[in-house]
Design a protein around this ligand. Structure first.
Ligand code: FE2
Ligand code: FE2
Length: 231
């Protein structure tokens, strides 16, 4: 059961990352004036949607094997793309970053994605149907990485490979930061949930003890009610 739970966690996070990439690519598609670039971003978004769908399917298969209590922690809802930090609440990257940084971001992230899928491949077991699908996704990510690299070096030929390496280190740190943020919010959730439940219980107990008869307005002239009345 522990294995299923850690797999649920991995597929849950990966589905978020893939869906966030799809939305970022669609935003970039909308923002560009070049029809050639729009086509590239659109095809990239389509791939990312398909990747997200694959991981959601793998998540659902494992969710069926887990207990309801465990599975409900991995129910996918799109607002968590923002609350978990996969999409910034300040806007899409294409709107908040310089174009150069955006392309470098895509370049580095595609490579990081490809290497993390290598670990997932080992997790699902080589030679399985799932492994075959993950290998296809890895090929897609490498293609995206290659496209971003070409685009980047065409537009910014003065940049050296070490510039890209700095981008990559920065992204690795950001990814780690996102995991720490996620852990912290889960920790706060564990502390605050019992507090909210206690407050809701107390509010319910007080409401039950209130005599609401004095607030009955049926048959009364509303003009005679004190203006300070809350009802
Ligand atoms: Fe992807
Ligand atoms: Fe990708």
């Amino acid at each position: 059961m522990k294995k299923t739970e850690s797999e649920l966690h991995i597929f849950y996070e990966t589905a978020h990352a893939e869906l966030a990439s799809a939305l970022e690519m669609l935003a970039a598609c909308k923002a560009t004036d070049s029809s050639k670039q729009a086509f590239g971003y659109f095809m990239h978004a389509k791939d990312e949607y398909n990747h997200a769908r694959t991981f959601l399917k793998m998540l659902s298969n494992r969710g069926k094997r887990a207990s309801i209590e465990v599975a409900r922690n991995f129910r996918f809802t799109s607002p968590s793309l923002i609350t978990k930090g996969y999409i910034s609440n300040k806007g899409f990257l294409i709107n908040t970053m310089k174009l150069k940084d955006f392309i470098a971001f895509v370049y580095t992230n595609e490579l990081l994605a490809k290497s993390s899928f290598g670990n997932i491949l080992t997790l699902v077991g080589h030679g399985t149907e799932e492994a075959k699908r993950i290998s296809e996704i890895m090929t897609d990510e490498l293609r995206h990485h290659g496209m971003a690299k070409k685009h980047f070096l065409n537009h910014y030929p003065a940049l050296q490979p070490w510039h890209l390496m700095i981008y990559r280190i920065r992204e690795t740190i950001n990814n780690k930061g996102r995991k720490i943020y996620d852990k912290n919010s889960k920790f706060l959730d564990r502390i605050l949930t019992p507090l909210y439940k206690t407050m809701a219980y107390l509010a319910g107990t007080i409401a039950k003890k209130l005599n609401l008869n004095e607030y009955k307005r049926k048959g009364k002239n509303l003009m005679n009610i004190s203006p300070n009345s809350i009802l």
